[in-house]
Design a protein around this ligand. Structure first.
Ligand code: BES
Ligand code: MN
Length: 445
């Protein structure tokens, strides 16, 4: 902890920049201002920009037209820390234990983004020329689906113009295993409310004579999957791009076993769509997941009530070439078809984001692989990521460029969960990776 760069990371991690909770809006502003000051101190031009939501920070080196331009993207917002009682130490009081930095946001995404800032910033502050023009774009709304960033990109299209984007916000195949993520799943969120009687009913007086909304919700949930784990929504798989042979080989070569997945998740058996390995199920196959269910009495003891309504929160993870709106249309039609009589369905659509896929052996992809190899001393694994970073596909649409996803999170990073952590070793690797990446990108043809 004598490393001043770790002290800087700790400062960054102390901001409770929780984007989904409006009472933390001031903390997001303070965090963005802290980043701007950090950029200035290192010699970058930097500004905090209004977006209509939480601010975005943009920093850059002067644009030399003879050089390529690399945009490094990350996010300074974090997920809510709850449940608080499950943290060994408080989420916004970073500590190092067993070589890992524990704090909300340590691995998602503050550790990586600060490593890139300091890695390149150290060179800049020593007045060593960078081999490319660098733009940092660090947003505050990634964890809520980046609702304002597309408009921001459109508005700042010229200042953000670049040749390629670098992002470290994905997971490594195994501890110490350099990993180039070449695909991300997309996401489509939906919530439905099953409404029945006009008010909560006595379950003895009326039970048996009316459809219970909680039972109807459970039936609808059950209708989403076949028993073997395949999604049962008609047409759901129609536009799914099959895995190429090289991808199945790359997935089989990853240093991740079924036993690893069991111990990472704490389950006694793995389960999923037949015909695919667990790695393939997570990276390359779409899913329907229940994220929350509610309705009826939740308090202590028994209450003989027949609830007037129940709700279900769902997200679908999407793969190329599925489209979020189409999947939500199919899901809505499915739910309406399966809704039992005597209750009605209210369906609300949430945020969505497209899946992403980029050839890892493109000239820039190969440059990314060389940079990872230089830093970690071995050839990188090529992996599809099950998580989503919806803005990556928007970058492609608006700025016309691919993103190189240089993984730095460890498999047991506990992103979105209590005791989120980032190995110090990965932070130090990130400091070197940003430099290696811009050098290899500059040399790529
Ligand atoms: N960094 C994650 C995506 C991720 C998580 C990559 C774990 C690798 C391992 C990102 O911040 C994230 O959580 N995205 C959300 C997007 C959603 C809120 C639109 C996700 O995947 O749930
Ligand atoms: Mn996240």
């Amino acid at each position: 902890m004598n490393d001043p760069r770790l002290a800087e990371l700790f400062e960054f991690l102390r901001f409770p920049s929780i984007s989904t909770q409006s009472d933390h809006a001031v903390d997001l502003i303070a965090c963005a201002e802290w980043l701007k000051a950090k950029f200035h101190a290192l010699g970058f031009d930097a500004a905090v920009h209004e977006t209509g939501g939480h601010p975005a920070v943009v920093a850059s080196t002067p644009r030399d037209p003879a050089k390529k331009t690399v945009l490094i993207y990350g996010h300074y917002d974090v997920q809510p820390p709850e449940p608080l009682e499950e943290w060994e130490t408080p989420p916004f009081e970073p500590v190092i234990r067993d070589g890992r930095i524990f704090a909300r946001g340590s691995t998602d995404n503050k550790g990586q983004i600060l490593a890139h800032i300091l890695g390149l910033g150290e060179k800049l502050s020593r007045r060593e020329p960078l081999p490319v023009n660098v733009i940092f774009l660090i947003e505050g709304e990634e964890e809520i689906g980046s609702p304002h960033l597309e408009a921001f990109l459109e508005k700042h299209r010229d200042t953000l113009a670049c040749d390629v984007i670098v992002i470290s916000d994905t997971g490594m195949a195994a501890h110490g295993c350099p990993t180039l993520t070449y695909a991300l799943r997309g996401i489509a969120a939906m919530e439905f409310v099953v409404k029945g009687p006009s008010h909560d009913l006595h379950s003895g007086v009326f039970g048996g004579a009316v459809m219970n909304p909680a039972t109807a919700a459970a039936r609808l949930i059950a209708s989403l999957h076949h028993d073997d784990g395949r999604v049962a929504i008609e047409g759901f798989y129609d536009t799914v791009r099959p895995l190429a042979d090289w991808e199945r080989e790359a997935a089989a070569a990853l240093p991740i076993t079924e036993e690893d997945l069991k111990s990472l998740t704490g389950v006694s058996a793995l389960f999923g769509e037949p015909g695919y390995t667990s790695i393939e199920r997570v990276g390359a196959r779409p899913t329907a997941e229940v994220n929350g269910v509610g309705g009826g009495y939740q308090g202590e003891g028994t209450k003989t009530v027949l609830p007037r309504e129940a709700f279900v929160k769902l997200t679908f993870r999407l793969v190329p070439d599925q489209e979020a709106d189409t999947v939500l249309d199919l899901a809505e039609a499915h739910l309406r078809r399966h809704c039992p009589p005597g209750v009605s369905l209210e369906i609300h659509r949430g945020h969505s984001g497209a899946p992403y896929f980029a050839d890892p052996n493109s000239p820039f992809g190969l440059a990314a692989q060389r940079a990872l190899e230089r830093v970690f001393g071995r050839q990188p694994a090529l992996m599809r990521e099950g998580g989503s970073i919806p803005i990556v596909t928007t970058f492609k649409k608006v700025l016309g460029v691919d993103s190189l996803l240089l993984a730095l999170a460890s498999p047991d990073c506990r992103a979105h969960s209590p005791n989120e952590n980032f190995p110090v070793e990965n932070f130090l690797a990130g400091l070197r990776l940003s430099v290696a990446a811009v050098e290899e990108i500059a040399a790529a043809s």
